[in-house]
Ligand binder design. Structure first.
Ligand SMILES: *Cc1c(COP(=O)(O)O)cnc(C)c1O
Length: 408
């Protein structure tokens, strides 16, 4: 399918858009249209749902969609009960956060396209690990990760530095927004840009596959499913809105941010105002300048939104444990709290909250609150048992460009 930049210009093929990441004019690629599909889910596994859903986008593209889906979707996204509502558990992949789905699909696609690239990733926590795991040991592909020092959990930091080989981690003395700005500058650098690629949530190769679990959840639930999505840069939320636009039985889509309330404010006032990011307990959502807003605007999609401060995140983790004996991560807690408010205001119907990460990734926050150890998933434990190395880097574009120039 042809894709265009949110800022206009000449269309490219989907494969070109996936290989490029960011459009040359600085805009974000979007498919020219969101085709309506009707999916027969039945007993299909997630990889089968993904195939049906994504097929219209891959018509005429030189990529074997079926193989890619089978290799990328090797774990499920189950719905589990939370009282009368549901958690859509998106954390059963190798790095225990939803980003494994998109990162694995992108890595499979770039490998099969024969791309030789250094993938540059700014991460506020989970992206870097998911991308590192997905690209680790792939020939012709390297990963360079930038993360804000002290703003990711100890386990997240350990994960980022635990891969080695073709994965290099930089610990930046700054914020996530600094990391993102540095990555953008390097991707635009004349001397470097031909050898660099991106894998942030702006990449269509990550965005498209994320539709699959919302489509599967909605289709399997036998009625319209309303969804609350913890969000920072709208990756997951856009995927859900796109699946809805494609005709899947999805009702209300409600964004839940942390105290970085740019999105709720934008949706309430109609005015987009980026701000410096604030450090919160839900650190993977500490985004002050959510670039994906450009896609929201280009499709004229309209979610609802609310925001949750750190005190409410703590209370929600405690309450969810007390009421349901379910441990949730701080990001998921934002969603659970927003759903509680919605129901207090009379919301009805079937509701699911996207559970974006496993609580064991944020054990220093979750365990003291619930007074329990959170068992660590096996894949995560395996990474934590390895040595971990990251190189310090000042928060400037020049520092990154110089370092990349001298071969990492
Ligand atoms: C990345 C991340 C988010 C926010 O992702 P979006 O890009 O806004 O969809 C939320 N929770 C966790 C655990 C994350 O890793």
């Amino acid at each position: 399918m042809r894709c265009v930049s949110t800022r206009g210009g000449t269309p490219v093929t989907l494969c070109e858009a996936i290989a490029k990441g960011l459009a040359p004019d600085g805009g974000l690629y979007v498919p020219e249209l969101l085709p309506r599909v009707s999916i027969t889910v039945g007993a299909l596994e997630l990889s089968g749902v993904a195939q049906q859903l994504l097929a219209p986008y891959f018509v005429g593209e030189p990529l074997p969609l079926e193989d890619i889906c089978r290799s990328a979707f090797t774990f499920d996204a189950p719905m589990t009960a939370l009282g009368d509502d549901f958690l859509l558990e998106l954390f059963h992949g190798p790095t225990a956060a939803f980003k494994d789905f998109g990162a694995r699909f992108l890595a499979e696609s770039l490998s099969r396209l024969g791309v030789t690239q250094t993938i540059l990733v700014a991460t506020s926590g989970d992206t870097g690990a998911a991308v590192a795991a997905a690209f680790h040991q792939r020939p012709n592909l390297r990963v360079v990760i930038l993360y804000p020092k002290g703003r990711v959990s100890a386990r997240q930091a350990h994960q980022l530095g635990a891969f080695g080989g073709n994965v290099h981690a930089f610990r930046v003395n700054g914020t996530f927004d600094d990391c993102q700005r540095m990555v953008k500058a390097a991707l635009a650098d004349e001397g470097l840009k031909s050898s660099l690629g991106s894998a942030n949530s702006i990449s269509l190769g990550r965005l498209l596959p994320q539709m699959a679990y919302f489509a599967a959840a909605a289709s399997r639930s036998g009625g319209e499913l309303n969804v609350v999505i913890p969000t920072g840069n709208l990756g997951n939320a856009l995927a859900c809105l796109m699946a809805k636009q494609m005709g899947l039985p999805i009702g209300r889509v409600v964004l839940a941010t942390n105290a970085n309330r740019v999105l709720p404010d934008f949706l309430h006032t109609g005015k987009y105002e980026a701000r410096p990011s604030i450090a919160t307990l839900a650190n993977a959502m500490d985004v002050g300048a959510p670039s994906n807003v450009e896609r929201l605007q280009s499709w004229k999609l309209s979610p609802e939104a609310d925001w949750v401060d750190d005190a409410a995140i703590r209370q929600t983790i405690v309450r969810t444990w007390k009421d349901h004996r379910v441990a949730i991560c701080p990001h998921t807690a934002c969603g659970v709290e927003v759903l509680r408010r919605l129901k207090e205001q009379g919301a009805t119907g079937r509701w699911a909250v996207a559970a974006t990460a496993h609580p064991a990734k944020f054990e220093t926050i979750v365990e003291p609150l619930i007074g329990q150890r959170v068992p660590v998933p096996a894949a995560l434990q395996e990474l934590l048992d390895r040595d971990s190395n990251a190189e310090p880097l000042p928060p400037t574009e020049a520092a990154l460009i110089a370092r990349l120039g001298s071969a990492v």
